[in-house]
Design a protein around this ligand. Structure first.
Ligand code: ADP
Ligand code: MG
Length: 704
């Protein structure tokens, strides 16, 4: 056995990683607060806060050589400036360079001083994403700096990491703090928590090297590989994160299953009455899954079951049947959804189904305040049978009389910790509630086993009859005007349209800007029709107002960021246009497309793409055109992994993982399971510390 030096003893107080970020030089209360918004509270949280992408400012590209979709640095001289106020203030700056080509810079947010600086003749070094605009190539809101005279451009020597950040915390500042945190990284063997015998068996390289590489890739690093998260250093980190997730889920499952739950098995009378009142018959898949759930509920052991089913497969009615089993046995049911919008849809459905049976449904969401909230809480405490809401349900002050079943919709929006928090509400002496999780994210079985290692899985693998599949076509952005023409015609026929902007950016602000640009464009092109806008920077109230107007048919077109990805149900919307569709993964495209084709109307989906298409992007769009089967799409997604050009591998809202991506990293799972098993049985202390390292931080992230 190796002789241990005193420094390598893993005593907590010698671990620099667990010190608060305020221990770092120059980190005062304001910065602590900003970092906390990112879930970064301890020094080690900064170690694991990885770049979202990298910018290559190590070279300058001639305008003539720019490619649409690329981010590039251009050195040019301002040729013309135009301030427009057609729909909203706009500053257009044309620059030219030695390649004799022109590039348009567009600004929607600018101040006077800025506009005055950008005069013809000014030399600019700008960096941004190259887009195809009405007047040729353009950059919207590029970063730029003025250069004087004939100075040679000082290009960067290293790739610049771009970190996910938050308002009020600039990249420079964040990069500086992370640099200071990295200076405290302990020696490799001290940092390592996966036992060396297992590292050796599975060829795992040093965690310390991996972290340093990912934060500071050398100039010769393979940028494409890094951008896709497939570099061995990133894979090493993803492995550790997947392993930790696995360990924590397994441990949690074991601890829950040791406890007792109320056996919920009534006469089935309420369920019969609900079914008799429906205008449809359950599909065979719904019946099968319903029976699996019923069997679990009848056990005196807490159910931990995931029901996965494609968008529109009818998970809600299965959840309602489960709820009735609890109500009939005299227990309460809590249903929570990730957004107020979704929760409200459930409220509507449940009231529609349960009120005729004489069962009241309580509504508890963030916007329920004051006296209404107080009364609702009192009724919940007194035993109101069914309570629906967002995660506000879990906030303090919500006490249940006898919670028997917790239903969580769209689980990937919640962290495991959030599920736990609600379950804790149910501690009634020895009894814990059953748990039913619904998700529309179809996951192949192997993945499900790992991602939901704490849950049993049921699949509703069949859609109700009579749905018209969404007709999907892919169209090059070069034919954007034709598409807009088509929207015009559709609006004229009274159809409603989603226009989804999918700019993948580090900040919600830039995404919102992209949506604003599209909104202005469509408003101009579709005069006579009302065009709405919804994005993540709007207040919940504003979002709700826009959604309500769209639902009520007052808006013809809804321009949206991917905030609409999950669960929105507007049966009359029958056309969807997805911009930059080549950049999205199949799963996300499928989720988005699921927003149309929900009613009896024949629906269409237009996948706009920026040519030229890479091989993988081409295949992905092809799959979308060929099938609308979520499970097939999920399998295909996995199959197509490899050097794809999904830049959006970190899907918004998917907080459960910081680094790993189940579709991309599925090949790591068999080893994760092997190492996981050995660690659970042989290395409990390291298991503990791994969970503390990865999930301790994530829990705070989720609650932020
Ligand atoms: P999801 O699984 O996406 O949550 P929902 O539960 O919202 O799907 O169901 C989608 C729509 O299909 C709803 O309008 C629902 O009433 C309807 N539905 C559910 N089951 C059936 C069925 N067996 N036959 C016909 N329509 C159904
Ligand atoms: Mg649903």
């Amino acid at each position: 056995m190796a002789v241990r030096t005193p420094r390598s003893a893993p005593a907590a107080d010698t671990d620099p990683g667990i010190a608060p970020v305020s221990a770092l030089p120059g980190v005062g209360p304001a910065l602590v607060a900003a970092l906390a918004r990112l879930g970064l509270e301890r020094v080690q949280d900064l170690w694991f806060h990885l770049p979202l992408r990298y910018e290559d400012k190590t070279r300058v590209t001639a305008i003539a050589d720019l490619c649409v979709g690329e981010r590039a640095q251009v050195d040019g001289v301002v040729e013309a400036v135009e301030r427009g106020f057609r729909y909203r203030p706009q500053l257009k700056v044309a620059i030219g360079d030695a390649s004799q080509q022109t590039l348009l810079l567009r600004f929607f947010h600018f101040n006077r001083a800025q506009a005055e600086q950008l005069l013809p003749g000014t030399r600019l070094l700008c960096f941004g994403e190259v887009r195809h605009g009405a007047q040729g190539l353009e950059m919207v809101h590029p970063q730029y700096q003025r250069l004087s005279g004939d100075d040679a451009v000082a290009v960067d020597e290293l790739l610049s990491p771009i970190y996910p950040t938050t308002e009020g915390l600039g990249q420079k500042r964040l990069t500086g703090v992370i640099g200071n945190a990295l200076a405290l990284l302990p020696a490799a063997e001290q940092l390592e928590l996966i036992p060396s015998e297992l590292c050796a068996e599975h060829g795992l390289t040093s965690l310390r090297d991996a972290l340093l590489y990912v934060h500071r890739p050398p100039p010769d690093a393979h940028l494409g590989q890094l951008m896709l998260g497939r570099h061995p250093a990133q894979q090493r980190l993803a492995f550790e994160e997947l392993l930790t997730q696995h360990l924590s889920l397994k441990r949690m499952r074991a601890s829950v299953r040791r406890r007792h739950a109320p056996a919920l098995s009534g006469t089935g009378e309420l369920q019969r009455r609900l079914l008799a009142g429906l205008s449809f018959e359950l599909t065979a898949a719904q019946q099968r899954v319903g029976a699996e759930v019923a069997r679990d509920l009848a056990q005196p052991k807490p159910m931990l079951r995931l029901v996965q089913g494609d968008v529109g497969s009818g998970k809600t009615v299965v959840a309602a049947l489960a709820a009735l089993a609890a109500v009939e046995s005299g227990y309460q049911v809590a249903l929570m959804a990730p957004t107020e919008l979704l929760a409200e849809q459930h409220l509507h459905n449940f009231r529609h189904w349960l009120q005729p049976l004489g069962i009241e449904v309580e509504w508890l969401a963030g916007k329920v305040t004051g006296k209404t909230r107080k009364l609702a809480l009192e009724r919940v405490a007194a035993g109101a049978p069914v309570v629906i809401g967002t995660h506000a349900l879990m906030q303090e002050g919500v006490a249940f009389a006898q919670l028997g079943l917790v239903i969580v919709d769209e689980q990937h929006r919640f962290g495991v910790q959030q599920r736990l928090a609600l379950r804790d509400k149910g501690r009634d002496g020895e009894l814990v509630p059953h748990q039913l999780v619904l998700t529309a994210t179809p996951i192949p079985r192997t993945l499900a086993m790992s991602a939901y290692a704490d849950l049993d899985v049921s699949s509703i693998d069949e859609l109700p009859p009579g749905r018209t599949p969404v007709q999907t076509i892919a169209i090059s952005n070069a034919r954007r005007l034709d598409v807009i023409e088509r929207i015009h015609a559709a609006c004229g026929e009274g159809r409603q349209v989603y226009w989804v902007c999918t700019l993948i950016e580090e900040s919600e602000q830039l995404r919102a800007q992209a949506a604003e640009v599209a909104h202005a464009e469509l408003s101009a092109a579709l005069s006579g029709f009302r065009i709405g806008l919804i994005h993540g920077r709007m207040k919940p109230k504003e979002k709700q107002a826009v959604m309500d107007a769209f639902k009520a048919g007052e808006l013809s077109v809804l321009v949206a960021t991917t905030v609409i990805e999950v669960g929105v149900d507007v049966p009359r919307a029958s056309l969807m246009v997805i911009e930059n569709s080549e950049r999205l993964g199949l799963a996300q495209l499928h989720q988005l497309r699921g927003r149309v084709g929900r009613g009896a109307l024949a629906s269409n989906c237009v996948l706009l793409y920026q040519p030229p298409l890479g091989q993988l992007a081409r295949e992905r769009l092809q799959v979308m055109r060929e099938t609308s089967d979520g499970f097939r799409i999920a399998e295909k997604d996995l199959e197509l992994r490899g050097p794809g050009e999904v830049l959006g591998t970190r899907q918004t809202g998917q907080l459960a993982f910081r680094i790993a991506d189940l579709a991309r990293d599925a090949h790591l799972l068999p080893a994760v399971q092997q190492v996981g098993e050995r660690m659970l049985t042989k290395y409990p202390r390291q298991t503990e510390r791994l969970i503390e390292r990865w999930i301790g931080g994530a829990a705070r992230y989720v609650n932020a």
